[in-house]
Ligand binder design. Structure first.
Ligand code: ZN
Ligand code: ZN
Length: 407
């Protein structure tokens, strides 16, 4: 019998267990000319009132499939194992061109789309709108999109009212320049993540049995007796639709230069109503490209899953009325599913420049699904100080009066 002396082949650097399993989300998607199914026109855009696509010529309306159903994202999270990613969430290839050339399928002319700014362009010969729906590895085409349903006029009102309430303290330059009509509709890139994890937490918990006071010198001191328990909690945890920002600009929480955390305060979005991506939803809006990969975003999602775990376990600790101190916390992520999404936001931004030339980006944001509004407004420092001073003065006067009447 021959013996096999051949050395075993070296293991590949990444084991297949860690490599993400990619499922295609742009099957059947076509680049180029998208036509109205009823009249064949190519003038297609989002009707914000209904969240549907609408033909600008015959007014026919339709919606693309619900993404959660189309990609079977409803599946039992507790059965998830390994890493599953939509093709629009795959790693970005740095060398991928941002300029793509299309052949217009109406007249044959060559048309250029700059995917940095848009995934749509008009053919300059026949004026047809050309759309890019197939995924190129540059983050420009996500797996799914949540259409705008809050109309611009509503967003303008909400922003005007938000600023109106803060006008007294606002910087005069901001007040003079404020015009809510300058609001822009932007699709911001996010990753929507489902996580299946197993958690094990061990620690010590104290349950109080007696409380009493003792005399120490000439002072009374409160003492207590407690039983000490070893506490172990082990359980499975499923996290559904965690949303993580996937634009590095948004992840940059540098509060000396911008007020990015505002976007987090207008969460959540009803991501379960997202539809399959179609660049016709982008007509009339701007969008920001995803530029972060799973490697960068995983730690953020996992930290959030750990926070959720810690929060979840609190419900079962009521008995330990003097608290639990965890000595070990393990959250073992067994399965995760990632899809990239565009989420809709109305933005009013204002670049503040102070006397030293430094700039700070303020903005007011409206969740274009729920209408939730939050923002930051540049303050008029001297007015703020004056008011603070008056409040303090009034406080002092009241204090003096109270003292005078002997209260
Ligand atoms: Zn039509
Ligand atoms: Zn053409």
């Amino acid at each position: 019998m021959p013996t096999d002396d051949v050395e075993p082949e070296a293991q590949p650097a990444t084991s297949t267990e860690d490599a993400p399993n990619v499922f295609r989300t742009d099957d059947g998607a076509q680049d180029g000319l998208a036509k109205c199914a009823r009249c064949g026109a190519t003038e297609i855009s989002l009707n914000v009132a209904t969240g549907n696509l609408r033909c600008g010529f015959c007014r026919f309306e339709w919606a693309t499939d619900n993404a959660i159903e189309a990609f079977n994202l409803n599946g039992d999270i507790s059965k998830l194992s390994g890493i599953l990613v939509g093709s629009g969430s795959s790693d970005i290839v740095p060398s991928t061109e941002e300029i793509l050339t299309f052949k217009c399928s109406a007249c044959g002319a060559e048309v250029v789309i700059d995917t940095n700014n848009s995934t749509q362009a008009r053919c300059h010969w026949c004026r047809n709108t050309l759309s890019m729906n197939q995924q190129v590895p540059n983050g420009a085409v996500p797996d799914m999109i949540l259409p705008f349903t809050v109309e611009k006029s509503t967003a303008v009102e909400k922003i005007a009212s938000f600023v109106g309430k803060r006008k007294f303290f606002a910087h005069p330059k901001f007040r003079a320049e404020f015009n809510a009509e300058n609001v822009m509709g932007v699709y911001l890139p996010y990753m929507v993540v489902d996580i299946n994890a197993h958690a094990r937490m061990t620690g010590e918990g104290e349950h109080q049995t007696r409380s009493y006071t003792v005399k120490v010198g000439d002072k009374q001191e409160q003492r207590y007796d407690a039983d000490l328990f070893n506490v172990v909690r082990e359980f499975d945890i499923q996290v559904n639709d965690l949303t993580v920002e996937s634009s590095s600009d948004r992840l940059d929480q540098n509060t000396s230069q911008n007020s990015n955390n505002i976007i987090n305060t207008i969460m959540p979005f009803d991501v379960e109503n997202s539809v399959r991506y179609d660049s016709n939803y982008l007509a009339g809006f701007t969008s920001e490209r995803r530029d972060s990969n799973l490697d960068q975003l995983s730690p953020i999602a996992h930290t959030q899953a750990e926070d959720i775990t810690r929060h979840r376990v609190n419900d079962s600790l009521a008995f330990y009325d003097r608290g639990v101190r965890w000595t070990a916390e393990e959250v073992d992520v067994r399965g995760q599913r990632w899809v990239s999404a565009y989420l809709p936001v109305w933005l009013y931004s204002y670049q503040q420049r102070n006397s030293s030339g430094k700039t700070f980006l303020h903005y007011v944001a409206v969740n274009a699904r729920t209408g939730e509004t939050m923002g930051s407004v540049p303050l008029h420092q001297s007015k703020l100080l004056l008011v603070a001073g008056v409040v303090q003065l009034v406080g002092t006067v009241i204090g003096l009066v109270l003292v005078a009447v002997g209260i």
